[in-house]
Design a protein around this ligand. Structure first.
Ligand SMILES: NC(=O)c1ccc[n+]([C@@H]2O[C@H](COP(=O)([O-])OP(=O)(O)OC[C@H]3O[C@@H](n4cnc5c(N)ncnc54)[C@H](O)[C@@H]3O)[C@@H](O)[C@H]2O)c1
Length: 269
């Protein structure tokens, strides 16, 4: 089989960076697509040992032309795409009483429409490649797949992060719709719903004892997750081990979705 290629949006920091690192170590060629050029260059410096298999392309997933350029640059560098991780995301605070229209639009544009634009551009290429093949039985070897980075908030909700919860609820539905439409091509589409993971997105919480105590009270495993614990699930979803999975959201949340009410405080939290 040819070298497998993955695009990781928002791949220069946090969960996306952990995915970039994991897929590189699993032998993939990795395209880091991120709007943060400083972080992208820092990621390339960290991955210097893999320089023939890693690229950084500056990209704003909310911008159609930027996405078009990303796919063109990826195809020019590596020839094809097997896996996309739609991970780029933003969280802007505000509920129905105080959220500004522009902030609503921005969150939806990045978290939901961004995943749509990137998927649409890549899937066009995947489907053409599949249609051109003589031997469809070899399709499963390629294991084309899309992984959407959703959230526990695609199902639970946060009153002061209305747009974020709406965007992730939409992403969950998009995961299912795409999975059904693309099943005949053998392209699998799944999502990951992380709980509270230690990244910049959670920086207001990390180091704040009261906020941490609230999270621990809602997390049966009693701790915040590490980005690598999300990357390992992405690696599973992209692998042959997940060959019969499509249209699913895997919640990686230390048990939060299963918990009604709160946990008793323990010595550890
Ligand atoms: N950290 C958590 O607790 C948590 C929980 C649930 C879901 N998530 C989801 O995981 C994903 C990654 O979050 P994170 O915690 O690593 O956040 P992060 O802020 O550490 O990283 C997000 C990355 O996305 C990039 N990005 C933002 N907007 C972009 C755009 N328009 N185009 C391209 N890149 C863009 C940023 O530059 C950054 O590198 C997000 O979709 C987020 O909603 C995170």
């Amino acid at each position: 089989m040819d070298q497998r290629v993955v695009i990781v949006t928002g791949g220069a920091k946090g969960i996306g960076m952990a995915c970039s690192r994991r897929f590189l170590s699993d032998g993939y060629s990795v395209v880091i697509a991120d709007r943060d050029e400083v972080a992208g260059k820092a990621a390339l410096a960290e991955f210097e040992a893999f320089e023939d298999r890693v690229r950084f392309f500056a990209c704003n997933v909310a911008d159609k032309l930027s996405v078009h350029n990303l796919i063109a640059e990826t195809l020019s560098a590596f020839g094809h795409v097997d896996v996309v991780i739609n991970n780029a995301g933003v969280a802007l605070k505000g509920g129905i009483l105080d959220l500004h229209d522009d902030d609503f639009d921005r969150v939806i544009a990045v978290n939901l429409k961004g995943a749509f634009l990137v998927s649409k551009a890549v899937i066009g290429h995947m489907v053409r490649e599949i249609d051109n093949r003589d031997d469809r039985s070899r399709l499963s070897e390629r294991s084309y797949c899309i992984i959407n980075m959703s959230s526990i908030n695609d199902e639970l909700s946060l009153p002061d992060y209305l747009a974020y919860s709406v965007s992730k609820g939409g992403l969950r539905q998009m995961t299912k719709s795409m999975a059904l439409e693309l099943a005949p091509y053998g392209i699998r589409v799944n999502a990951i719903g992380p709980g509270s993971i230690k990244t910049d997105m959670l920086k207001s919480v990390v180091g704040n004892e009261a906020a941490l105590a609230k999270i621990h009270a809602r997390t049966p495993l009693g701790r915040i997750g590490h980005p690598d614990e999300i990357a390992s699930v992405a690696a599973f979803l992209a692998s042959e081990d997940a060959s019969y999975m499509t249209g699913q959201v895997l919640y990686v949340d230390g048990g939060r979705m299963a918990l009604n009410y709160t946990m008793e405080p323990t010595e550890n939290n």
